[in-house]
Every structure is written in C-alpha cells, then in structure tokens.
Design a protein around this ligand. Structure first.
Ligand SMILES: NC(=O)c1ccc[n+]([C@@H]2O[C@H](COP(=O)([O-])OP(=O)(O)OC[C@H]3O[C@@H](n4cnc5c(N)ncnc54)[C@H](OP(=O)(O)O)[C@@H]3O)[C@@H](O)[C@H]2O)c1
Length: 243
C-alpha cells in the first residue's frame, strides 16, 4: 500500500525555482503542508500565494547561515506542529577547469551543496527522532555517482552527499526514519540558464534533458512508498544522455 502524503509537513530547500518549486507544486496537489526555503524572498512569497497561504509557509533562508536554518525549522514546527519530511534540495553548480577556478566560489558551493544539507538535517533530525518517523530526501546528482571531469568540484560535492546519505540512513533506520537520495542527470532549468518553457519542452522532446517536473514526480514516488520500503538511490537520466 502506498502512503498517502495528505497533510504531511514537508520542508523544501531550494524551493524558489527548478526542482524545488516543481516539487512544491506536486506536493501541494497531494495535500501536503509546505515550508518553502531559499534566499529569494519574492519568489518564495509568489509561490506561497500560488499554492495557498493556509497550507504554505515561505521562510527566506540562506543555508550557509546555521542560525537561519535552525530558525526555519523552528518556524515550521511553530506553524504546523511537526515536520514529516525534509527535502534537502538546494544546490549551486560550478563547472570548469580546476586550474581556472576560484577557490572562494568553490567554498561557497561546498557550503550550500554539502554543509547546507548537513545543517538542515541536523536541525530537523531531533523532531523526526522524537516522533520516530519521517523522511529525509536529498537531491544528489548523477555527478555524485560517477566522476564527471568537466565539473570536478560539483562532482565532489555530490559524492559527499552520497556518502552522507548512505551512512545517515543506517544510523536512523531503526528509529523509523527513511533516508534517500535522488540523482538526476541533466535537468533543463535555471541551473543551466534555461527559463523559456518552450525551449525546455523542446529539449525534453528530443530526450536531451529531464524537466524539473519529471524529478518532482520521482520525489513523489519515493515519498509515497509504503513505510517498510526505502528507495536509497533513485538515478534518473534523460533517455539519451551519454553518461
Ligand atoms: N539542473 C540539473 O541539471 C540538476 C541535475 C542534477 C542535480 N541537480 C541538483 O538539483 C538541486 C536543485 O537545483 P535545480 O536544478 O532546481 O536548479 P535551480 O533552479 O538553480 O535551483 C537551485 C535552488 O537552490 C537555492 N539556493 C542556492 N543557494 C542557496 C543558499 N545559499 N541558500 C538557500 N537556497 C539556495 C536557489 O534559491 P535562491 O537562489 O533563491 O536561494 C534555488 O531555489 C541542486 O542540488 C542541484 O545540484 C540539478
């Protein structure tokens, strides 16, 4: 029996665009109560308005700020009474040659892609442990499973996520908490500079990219499995991505 997601309280980081925003829309259709976290206040407020303020809370949060992450989780519990799911999804992308790179920019990438996930998980975990249930789902990447040479720092950040997810899963499994990673290949969205829906649809039509909505559907699948089933890793690629 698949689990119903109705009324589940879900925190989504990186909810202001791309995969996070698409997942917020998909989970809202399932009747979830949502905390939307990212830095772009205006975009979060717009999405909260679209999805309905009665079940949606926009909490502008910079994931590199530990106190802000703790406050975001506290605001969620104050508003909805609990947390059922953390979708730790926010991330940034920097490709390129190491020789030409900027170590300060890499440090920011690690701070968001890795430490931001660790901070979010640490802030949410006491609530999940107390209720002995819940889901932690992290957006990894195909770049976390294979070494992609044109994006070494990004690939390293997602490898770190894979290691964290797999070890955390075993630490908390006996407490009724599921932990998994979703690892997409190319998703045509703002991470790559794509904003035109027609262009995104055309790329999907050519099987050259996934859409943010494709990933959102996979997130729904993972979260709605029966409680005894953990999807530890879900890897999804555009049909003809050559990786
Ligand atoms: N697009 C792809 O091809 C692809 C493939 C595999 C995996 N992924 C992963 O998917 C996840 C979501 O990315 P996306 O594809 O949906 O791209 P996106 O549209 O660029 O979304 C990135 C999200 O992260 C948020 N973010 C960035 N820095 C942040 C910070 N310091 N604090 C809080 N939020 C921050 C952004 O919001 P603000 O700017 O408003 O803060 C935005 O909501 C990332 O982890 C990415 O690595 C993407």
């Amino acid at each position: 029996m698949q689990q119903t997601l109705t009324d589940k309280v879900v925190i989504i980081t990186g909810a202001s665009s791309g995969i996070g925003a698409a997942t917020a829309r998909a989970l809202a259709r399932e009747g979830c109560q949502l905390t939307l976290a990212a830095r772009s206040t205006h975009r979060l407020e717009q999405l909260a308005e679209e999805l309905g303020r009665s079940r949606t809370l926009a909490v502008p949060t910079d994931l590199t700020d530990g106190a802000a992450v703790v406050a975001m989780v506290e605001q969620t519990v104050a508003r909805f009474g609990r947390v059922d799911v953390l979708f730790a999804n926010a991330g940034i992308y920097i490709p390129g040659q190491v020789a030409d790179g900027d170590p300060e920019a890499w440090a920011t990438l690690m701070d968001v892609n890795v430490d931001g996930v660790l901070r979010s998980v640490h802030a949410v975990l006491p609530h999940l442990l107390a209720q002995k249930s819940g889901d932690i789902l992290v957006t990894s990447s195909i770049s976390g499973l294979i070494d992609i040479h044109w994006e070494p720092v990004y690939s390293a950040s997602k490898h770190a996520i894979q290691g964290f997810v797999h070890t955390l899963r075993r630490q908390v499994a006996a407490q009724g908490i599921r932990v998994g990673a979703i690892a997409p290949g190319m998703v045509a969205n703002e991470l790559w500079g794509f904003t035109d829906p027609a262009q995104i649809a055309a790329m999907a039509e050519r099987h050259a990219s996934l859409t943010s909505e494709d990933v959102a559907e996979a997130v729904l699948f993972m979260l709605s499995r029966p409680a005894h089933v953990t999807i530890r890793d879900l890897v999804m690629l555009p049909q003809n991505q050559d990786l």
